[in-house]
Design a protein around this ligand. Structure first.
Ligand code: ATP
Ligand code: MG
Length: 448
């Protein structure tokens, strides 16, 4: 699936090695016949079916694989449909007019159908022995080149057993090399192979473990869970651009609140948002001072209702507390509020971007959402009319409501703005007049 740039797999390609699996014995697969599982062809994407049939007709083996098979077995709607095949990328390209090869070291094909892309990956195998031994990053992440392999090899290079199932459209069977079906029925998330080694190969798997546990409502199998806390620091070695993609998947998947709780429980959150983690240590009335859980719950309901969500809103909320803290420091140094907001915003976004590269088109909106917050309190003359016209009004207003929910602003301020948007122009003018006439400036904890 295309997110905000490169695809999942394209990114994994360079980070998806498997020398740790050299010792993992590939057992004969278990085949679950059509009559013993609930997948029906009717639930499979038409374009994915076309790709599979064409590959099979050309004499290749091809299967649905990964998250889509897992989700179909669970009776959920898959986000995207991935195909694994023994056809080489060039062979795939020749079969499909609309195929494009991507990836540097491990190439795979994207077959495009309008806006939809079906990702077709050739089975991946064990990397050839590297004469100089496995290359490692400073953090101990193992890097290797990728090679093509058999279906069994492909299965054991995947991350979790429930993500390594194949579906064959020829006889409608499910093929399982790693006990994925059992784990699926028991609601268990289990790493394939030695968890610690697999996490070291690709630390993003730490995040994926929590994401799937939250999304599927699965328990993390003890050996899979055991090293997570300890290895969190490996996330520091993941390129910030890949981290951005992962963070979006963590928080825009419909289970953000639960994922956040798991991230904090396993102490991974501090590697994603160190400034926020620091701010969370500060409590008010015995509770951490934060609107993050409310923001995430809000995002979850939007995702579940199929409403649009934007990374800008997410980052504005996740980084709000650090912003407020830095703002106070700058104000204490005698900066005007406007200067302080500018400086603190730049500083928070710059520090955060060392961990997670927030593309400019989103960070610019984060900045605007923050900058607009103080303007909600200025409700005289033309000011509220101008604010209403601002292209980020809606996002900033939603953010104001979040702040009100946690007691940062009075709820009558939110009510006023809700009504101001809803009524016609003459009534708006009268609202502003009334306010200017008998206005007592009562403010509660106004920070920006
Ligand atoms: P989602 O529903 O979120 O898309 P998914 O399981 O399909 O979940 P993807 O990121 O789309 O996840 O990846 C597709 C498949 O590729 C996975 O199911 C898994 O088999 C394999 N995979 C992805 N990332 C990794 C990784 N980092 N290490 C090993 N295997 C991976
Ligand atoms: Mg997927």
């Amino acid at each position: 699936m295309l997110l905000y740039g490169r695809t999942n797999f394209e990114q994994q390609c360079d980070l998806f090695p498997g020398n740790s699996l050299a010792e993992v014995k590939i057992s004969a697969p278990v085949t679950i016949p059509c009559s013993e599982h609930p997948i029906s062809q009717a639930h499979i994407d038409q374009n994915a079916l076309k790709v599979l049939s064409r590959l099979n007709e050309a004499g290749f083996d091809s299967y649905l694989v990964g998250g889509c098979v897992r989700d179909l077995l669970l009776g959920r709607e898959p986000k995207d449909f991935d195909v694994a095949t023994d056809a080489k990328p060039e062979e795939v390209r020749r079969l499909f007019r609309r195929a494009r090869l991507i990836g540097r070291r491990f190439r795979l094909a994207h077959v495009r159908f309008g806006r939809e892309i079906i990702e077709v990956a050739t089975f991946r195998g064990m990397p050839k022995p590297v004469s100089a031994g496995p290359r490692q990053t400073v953090e101990g992440r193992i890097l290797q080149d990728n090679v093509f392999g058999s279906q069994g090899e492909d299965a054991i290079r995947r991350d979790f057993t429930v993500n390594a199932l194949y579906y064959d459209i020829r006889d409608h069977s499910v093929i399982d090399y790693v006990g994925g079906i059992d784990d699926l029925s028991r609601g268990l998330l289990r790493v394939i192979g030695d968890p610690e080694v697999r996490y070291r190969e690709d630390p993003v798997r730490l995040l994926r473990a929590l994401r799937f546990a939250a999304k599927l409502g699965f328990k993390i199998e003890p050996a899979t869970a055991a090293p997570i806390r300890e290895l969190g620091r490996l996330l520091l070695g993941v390129p910030p651009a890949r981290m951005f993609e992962e963070v979006i998947k963590l928080f825009h998947g419909g289970c953000a609140l639960q994922t956040y709780e798991l991230l904090r429980h396993y102490r991974l959150f501090e590697y994603l948002f160190p400034l926020t983690e620091e701010a969370l240590a500060i409590e008010r009335d015995g509770y951490p001072l934060t609107l993050v859980p409310n923001a995430l719950a809000n995002t979850d309901s939007r995702v579940q209702a199929d409403k649009p969500v934007t990374p800008a809103f997410l980052f504005a909320a996740l980084l709000w507390e650090p912003l407020c803290r830095q703002l106070e420091t700058h104000m204490a140094r005698g900066h005007t509020r406007h200067e302080a907001v500018q400086t603190a915003t730049t500083s928070v976004l710059t520090q955060q971007s060392q961990r997670i590269a927030i593309p400019r088109r989103f960070s610019a909106v984060v900045r605007e959402i923050w900058m607009l917050q103080s303007r909600f309190n200025r409700r005289t003359g033309k000011q509220p009319f101008r604010l209403l016209e601002h292209r980020r009004f809606r996002a900033a207003y939603d953010f104001l409501l979040l702040r009100i929910e946690v007691g940062e602003e009075r709820s009558d301020l939110g009510d006023w703005w809700t009504r101001f948007q809803a009524v016609e122009e003459p009534e708006r003018r009268s609202m502003v007049r009334k306010l200017s006439a008998g206005r007592k400036r009562v403010r509660k904890r106004q920070r920006v």
